[in-house]
Design a binder for this molecule. Sequence first.
Ligand SMILES: NC(=O)C1=CN([C@@H]2O[C@H](COP(=O)(O)OP(=O)(O)OC[C@H]3O[C@@H](n4cnc5c(N)ncnc54)[C@H](O)[C@@H]3O)[C@@H](O)[C@H]2O)C=CC1
Ligand SMILES: O=C(O)C(=O)COP(=O)(O)O
Length: 528
Amino acid sequence: MFKVLISDPISDLGIQKLFDASDVTVVKETGLSEDELVKIISDFDALLVRSQTKVTKRIMEAGSKLKVIGRAGVGVDNIDLEAATQRGIIVINAPDGNTISTCEHTFAMMMAVSRNIPQGYKKTISGEWDRKSFVGVELNNKVLGIIGMGRIGTEVAERAKAFNMSIIGYDPFLTEDRAEKLGIEKGSVDDIAKKADFITVHTPLTKETRHMISTEQFELMKKGVRIVNCARGGIIDEHALIHAIDQEIVAGAAFDVFETEPPQKDHPFLNHDKIIVTPHLGASTREAQENVAIDVSEEVLNILRDKPFKNAVNMPHVPSNVLRKLQPYFSLGERLGSFLSQITKDSIEEIHINFSGELADVDTAPLSRSIIKGVLAQYLDSEVNVVNSMHLAEAKGVKIIRQRSSSTKGFTNLITLTLKTNSGERTIAGTLLNGYGARIVQIDQYPVDISPEGIFIYISHQDKPGAIGKIGTLLGENEVNIATMQVGRKVVGGDAVMILTVDKQPSNTVKKLLIDTDGIVSVNEIIL
Ligand SMILES: NC(=O)C1=CN([C@@H]2O[C@H](COP(=O)(O)OP(=O)(O)OC[C@H]3O[C@@H](n4cnc5c(N)ncnc54)[C@H](O)[C@@H]3O)[C@@H](O)[C@H]2O)C=CC1
Ligand SMILES: O=C(O)C(=O)COP(=O)(O)O
């Protein structure tokens, strides 16, 4: 008999399958503290949560029988995924069930902020009949900027068309082709900042998206822009937003989520006459709650019964003999993927992976998942892992081509990764050198010898006398110490690259100084 603990309010109707299962006992105990959960968790095979329960390492360590944690929703930021993976606990979520509700909430917020509905309501019920202070704007003929064109962002775009809005979308995976099919324009964050009358964000919170809308972006915006965040607190810099309202750039903002939830009583968004707020209600509809509960219950039952499941957000599953052979390569593969995706700025359309030498006769599927995880991780953060990376790439329309070859260019093993985009392709190759660890041995057409660990500055420049000296001096003057330097060029005086390993991250000012240096074409910072 399996025991399932439900520790957050989850729809009873949605989890009926669990109640009906003859091999499952369900216990509902909501509002437990970490200590209380630690005390009882050892009895349970599965734990079902929403966003309230913080599933910590301590709870997992106490859950000696715990096989699966089910999140009835999308974001798994309340679950310590690393601890779960380490303990072999499968974490699953329900990514599809609340898409429509969150999209509709976004519209509710967009319309409420455009017509000052909460402000008007508040004044009217206080007994005042004020028809002058709340003149709004129409959505009709306005430009809507959508940052994050995944499930929710796409649904928002579809509905915005019915309001006669023109839409600019930004997502690293949005191709021209898909944008055209959706009837929207593909743009950058800056394009959106410059052109949009309304901006809504629908990305996860990752190191890339944290404060992706901040002072710099607000300064580009049109006067009177309205901002909506029904994704995650922190994507929009809360302090910079207040400043942009004070400067009369932003006319109004609607937030469902906060950097800290619940927000402190003195949070500047509360009681601000230009900001409307809801308490993380995006997924709070009867339908969404039923959907996510049904999805999560089915997955939990499958996992408990050792049947196939699809929405795992962690845990690799590799036969032990294959695992033994591949183990040393996982980290190299992921780092190759991460390095290359950090210097590939366009939408990725195809991922080509070639395995050669010792790797040509092993089942490299698990290794491919690590490589693809590395490629996707900076965009999808905690939601991408070796279980779901392949599926996520394919779901985003990215074609994956895996090959084996005998050509090793003199190495006993070689992984060659190529990312094809609409504007060209980028390649990286790496190897495990017997006794010397992992090495990146090729970037595009340049042979290199780099240990894939640390902070890198990748500079494309014109091969000119003095170029290296200028860069070295500039970094030195700004106290960025260079640990290693690799250079490569195609022909004398032609395109050249410089790959520096540095001891600390260069500031934005230093990066700008580098970009402004004569002969430098592009500067990328890479963190592995
Ligand atoms: N307010 C609420 O109650 C709810 C909030 N959410 C949040 O909404 C967000 C989006 O959810 P879904 O659409 O289901 O996820 P999704 O995974 O389908 O879409 C997210 C999209 O963001 C894109 N993205 C990642 N990094 C980016 C970057 N740096 N710039 C631009 N785009 C980037 C990804 O490529 C992806 O297409 C998640 O953070 C989720 O937690 C989801 C449900 C309810
Ligand atoms: O699904 C998500 O990511 C959400 O943010 C919804 O959270 P909730 O289940 O309503 O606490």
